[in-house]
Design a protein around this ligand. Structure first.
Ligand SMILES: NC(=O)c1ccc[n+]([C@@H]2O[C@H](COP(=O)([O-])OP(=O)(O)OC[C@H]3O[C@@H](n4cnc5c(N)ncnc54)[C@H](OP(=O)(O)O)[C@@H]3O)[C@@H](O)[C@H]2O)c1
Length: 269
């Protein structure tokens, strides 16, 4: 059955590879990127897969909460239903760790932007829809002051904390929404996949990106993920597994979401 699938960060790496697979399978694919030039290139590449689905493209810099909101509104204006939202866009190493709003760009892009996007798109996500969130094997306890942007972290810590924070809000929304909301599933796509992120961070060629696009495609459409809400999938071990223990604690997850909400309140125009 043809699905309508929004995939953030689909201009490169795992996101672009996944978009190509989904388009080739005749799904309707909504691409997203921050660079209009890369987005145009990605759109041509994905169109060239020859699928029968329609391809859309949306530009937004996810380090800017105003652009995240406008992106969600643009998607909602053009679509009354989404089957799948894959929150894939992410950043690890960057020359500019502080976003214009003062937050660490890892927390803004990897944690807060997908949270805002998911909540704003909720009206067009039905109970059978899926939200697939790109987690990581790198997960570290979240310092709320780092999330607020008042304490600075190095690249590895900022990334690992942002990914545990994403995993924690995923589990929180999964338990809050239950059977009424879309399923929310955090997925580690596999470690050291050979994307720009890994090459820049570790200086290695990395593993086959197809490992990541394969698991994202399965998480998006296969029956094995139909009951996966709130269950972390670890593609390094190839099974559902426990994330960092903090993400299994509903009290800590709720407190983390409270902190995210309070940060968002300070960013609203
Ligand atoms: N590769 C791995 O081994 C691995 C392991 C675990 C988790 N992950 C996760 O998998 C996801 C995809 O990463 P990847 O490895 O494919 O990295 P990548 O090749 O660097 O792709 C990242 C994507 O996110 C986009 N992006 C970055 N900052 C953005 C911003 N401010 N606004 C909008 N889009 C932005 C990038 O856009 P541009 O094209 O403009 O750069 C690109 O499309 C990430 O969430 C990452 O944390 C990857």
């Amino acid at each position: 059955m043809t699905k309508t699938i929004l995939l953030t960060g689909s201009t490169d790496g795992i996101g672009l590879a996944t978009a190509k697979v989904l388009a080739a399978q005749n799904h309707h694919v909504l691409l997203h990127g921050r660079s209009q030039t890369k987005l145009d290139d990605a759109e041509r590449t994905v169109q060239a897969q020859g699928g029968t689905g329609t391809i859309w493209a949306y530009q937004a810099d996810l380090s800017d909460i105003g652009e995240v909101a406008a992106f969600a509104d643009a998607v909602t204006a053009e679509h009354d239903h989404l089957d799948v939202l894959i929150n894939n866009a992410g950043v690890f190493r960057t020359a500019q760790p502080a976003a214009a709003n003062g937050l660490d760009v890892r927390f803004m892009v990897n944690t807060i932007a997908p949270y805002v996007l998911t909540r704003r798109l909720w009206p067009i996500l039905g109970p059978q829809s899926r939200v697939v969130n790109l987690s990581s094997a790198a997960q570290a306890p979240v310092n709320p002051d780092a999330l607020r942007g008042t304490v600075r972290l190095d690249d590895s810590n900022a990334y690992a904390q942002s990914k545990l924070a994403l995993t924690m809000w995923s589990n929180h929304l999964a338990s809050q929404w239950g059977l009424d909301g879309p399923i929310v599933v955090p997925v580690n796509p596999g470690s050291f996949l050979g994307t720009n992120m890994v090459k820049e961070a570790y200086g290695t060629a990395g593993n086959d990106i197809g490992i990541g696009s394969d698991i994202l495609t399965r998480a998006a459409i296969s029956n094995e993920f139909a009951e996966a809400s709130g269950h972390y999938y670890d593609n390094d071990s190839g099974r559902f597994a426990n994330p960092h223990p903090d993400a299994l604690d509903p009290v800590k997850n709720a407190a983390l979401v409270d902190t995210i909400d309070s940060v968002i309140a300070t960013l609203q125009p």
